[in-house]
Design a protein around this ligand. Sequence first.
Ligand code: FNR
Length: 367
Amino acid sequence: MPARLPDGIHCAADYSRLAAGAIDAPTLAYIDGGSGEDRTLAANRAAFGRLGLVPRLLPDLRGAQTRLSLLGQELAHPILLAPVAYQALAHPRAEIETARGAAAAEACMACSTLSSASLEEVAAHAGPQRWFQLYFQPQRAATLDLVRRAEAAGYTALVVTLDAAIQAPSLRALRAGFRMPAGLRAANLADYPPTPPKSPAPLPGASRIFQAATRDATTWADLDWLAAQTSLPLLVKGVLHPEDAGLALDHGAAGLVVSNHGGRTIDGAPASLSVLPSIRQAVGPGCPLLLDGGVRSGAGAFKAIALGADAVMVGRLQVHALAVAGALGVAHMIRLLREELELCMAATGCRTLADIHDGLIHRFHDY
Ligand code: FNR
């Protein structure tokens, strides 16, 4: 890690401010953009902006701490790193730096199926809390091999992302002229031979969009199959509808991530934070529930927890910190988020995460 923190970082979100100096403009457009005209991307952020928190006077904070238990795993704090593909776009040592930063900040990291470094290399640098994000592969043998490799490398949960099958292009990235660099590779998939799709070709005449959405389409039966293959807990990522929350749990999920993929699936999807209360209501109080999308501060984490999340994940902010200052930047960014969260807890009289509740949230638009 470099010995020095970059100048000009006073809060976690400052890493996003400095990212333009560390990442070329087309690549940053790809990382930062959402799908379409970025309406969902903007909604994710705006949802946090509409909420404040109500301070309490003279709280007794002796023994205050941020620990939580999630899926039977003990975490020092509720700030996790979301799976983000191809981190070589931001740093030459890619997820290896991210893993070192997360470990230094006692943060659980989710390594993407599409990581630039292999999941084994990432595990070698990660802390004990590490999850693997799984994309179903066209061939079950490849999916199963990824699961076995993740188990062998000591990952403690699988984050099964189900919302990426349908992705509208990012107009911001297209307009900026972004092209995936020729040498960019998904290291985990390099040894799997290209295979024919498992489903028969759709009927001739089906549109380009429907063909793409039908070919190799994942089904709920695939989730049942996956749950039967592994004893690792499954977290389904990409839930926005209460009925899908129930379906995911019925088909083997142990927990859920409320997420719209950072506004990168279909433009117009609701902000994650806006649907969070309805998902919590649907799954009940005991279900492990995470949220991502628009978290840029510890106050954001506080608000998400108040509205029903157990913990939050950060996506872009981790890439920005990685690009600006490598592992040190990632660790520093997480520490700042944690301190910002602790400040909110102290101001509202919350000694533990369990003390954070909706009654401490102020809705600005009500006045
Ligand atoms: C992502 N995300 C993502 N999700 C996933 O499950 N697997 C992946 O490989 C990726 N890759 C990826 C790349 C880039 C560049 C971005 C910005 C996002 C989505 C990610 O896990 C998370 O849902 C969002 O990034 C959360 O929103 P914020 O924190 O970026 O606002």
